[in-house]
Design a protein around this ligand. Structure first.
Ligand SMILES: NC(=O)c1ccc[n+]([C@@H]2O[C@H](COP(=O)([O-])OP(=O)(O)OC[C@H]3O[C@@H](n4cnc5c(N)ncnc54)[C@H](OP(=O)(O)O)[C@@H]3O)[C@@H](O)[C@H]2O)c1
Length: 348
């Protein structure tokens, strides 16, 4: 490098200039498998007046990242095209209207995108304070799955004390959060999961764990509930679970669908939906308005933050990968090997 840029860089320092204009971020070369992920410079986002810019220390994987990488899940309008729905890190710049945070504060929270990067911006009201003594890698495991589980159980599913809830994929990120929140809500919790993950679900408070690979979960649920069935089901699996779900729901039961990991088609009979007055509800978190997500974050903090601090409720961190190993981390999640969250460490 020669000329005026050489003089400029030598005076102010290369790191300063890089931070000001560009950062490193994981990007997708062409839609496809995990080999498409690569690390390269990307413009550093500038905070809007009500936003903070966070130096990201850790982010976490979500199935949505895999779908986005494959080209099946475009980011919502206005969101960063970079993958990553949650972060933990340190406030490094604040917009002119920000009142809650100062530079240097440690925070974590949900994003509509942009987490797989050195810097990310978020609305100041989406950020939560990092509990004292917490690693960033632990805090990055909280936002997406706990807010999804809280939304599904409380806002959408209307779970009440003494009801029985069935959580499918109980050892997933969402499942491990939902077990703990549902217990705090006073419910009896049944989960389905592969048997190697049952001990984790039971340790987190689940009352019963069912191995869905050993036959239809329907019979086991009927046996465990003495034929009564359940009040609420939270299901990210879909496919042929749908028919069984309809059968095991009690009168006035609710089915909250989060995803269709086993497929989106069913030939279930619909009569029982009418006769048992069932409610079939679908929900997503990412497509919700910022206002909705802020209210959800606030209500979640009021409900569970103290329990997170006291460790009565704990995020489950399964594996921490250096972000240079992002492809390995994606392959691990895609192979259904994880139980709880898979984290990417960006800054030591
Ligand atoms: N709607 C929303 O707002 C929202 C928000 C967050 C996540 N989600 C969705 O919820 C799902 C779970 O997310 P997550 O991050 O918690 O996932 P995760 O941690 O990656 O866990 C997924 C687990 O589900 C089980 N599973 C996978 N395919 C299955 C199948 N065909 N039948 C039965 N079980 C299967 C596997 O565990 P086993 O070993 O037990 O089989 C797998 O490890 C994803 O599809 C995600 O996209 C939706």
């Amino acid at each position: 490098m020669t000329g005026p840029w050489y003089v400029f860089y030598s005076c102010v320092g290369v790191n300063f200039v890089t931070t000001l204009f560009t950062m490193l971020a994981i990007q997708v070369k062409d839609y496809g498998n995990a080999d498409q992920l690569y690390l390269a410079p990307f413009p550093t986002p500038a905070p809007e007046p009500w936003e903070i810019r966070v130096q990201v220390h850790a982010t976490a994987l979500n199935r949505a990242d895999i779908l986005q990488r494959e080209g099946h899940y475009p980011p919502p309008e206005g969101a960063s095209p970079i993958l990553g729905l949650e972060i933990a890190g340190v406030v490094e710049a604040v917009g002119s209207e920000v009142t809650r945070w100062e530079i240097g504060d440690a925070v974590f929270g949900l994003l509509p995108g942009g987490g797989y990067a050195e810097y990310a911006v978020m609305h100041e009201d989406m950020a939560m304070p990092l509990p004292e003594g917490w690693e960033f890698t632990k805090a990055a495991a909280v936002p997406e799955v706990f807010l999804t589980a809280f939304q599904a159980l409380r806002w959408v599913g209307n779970l009440r004390k003494d009801e029985t809830v069935l959580l499918h994929a109980g050892a997933s990120g969402v499942g491990t959060a939902a077990i703990q929140l549902a217990k705090k809500m006073g419910a009896t919790v049944l989960v389905t999961a592969s048997s190697g993950k049952h001990a984790l679900c039971l340790d987190l408070g689940a009352d019963h764990a069912i191995d869905y690979r050993k036959g239809p979960f329907l019979e086991k649920v009927e046996e465990l509930t003495e034929g009564k069935g359940v009040n609420l089901i939270v299901d990210p699996v879909g496919g042929d679970y749908f028919d069984q779900n309809i059968k095991v729901l009690q009168r006035d039961g609710r089915l909250v669908m989060l995803a269709v990991m086993a497929g989106g088609k069913t030939s279930a009979s619909i009569g029982p939906i009418v006769f048992k007055r069932l409610q079939i509800l679908g929900t997503t978190l990412r497509s919700r308005t910022p206002d909705y997500q802020i209210r959800l974050t606030r209500e979640f903090v009021a409900f569970a933050y103290d329990d997170l601090v006291s460790q009565a409720i704990c995020p489950v961190v399964d594996e921490v990968y250096h972000w240079h190993d992002v492809a390995k981390a994606h392959r691990y999640m895609e192979a259904n090997l994880s139980a709880g969250k898979v984290i990417l460490q960006i800054k030591e």
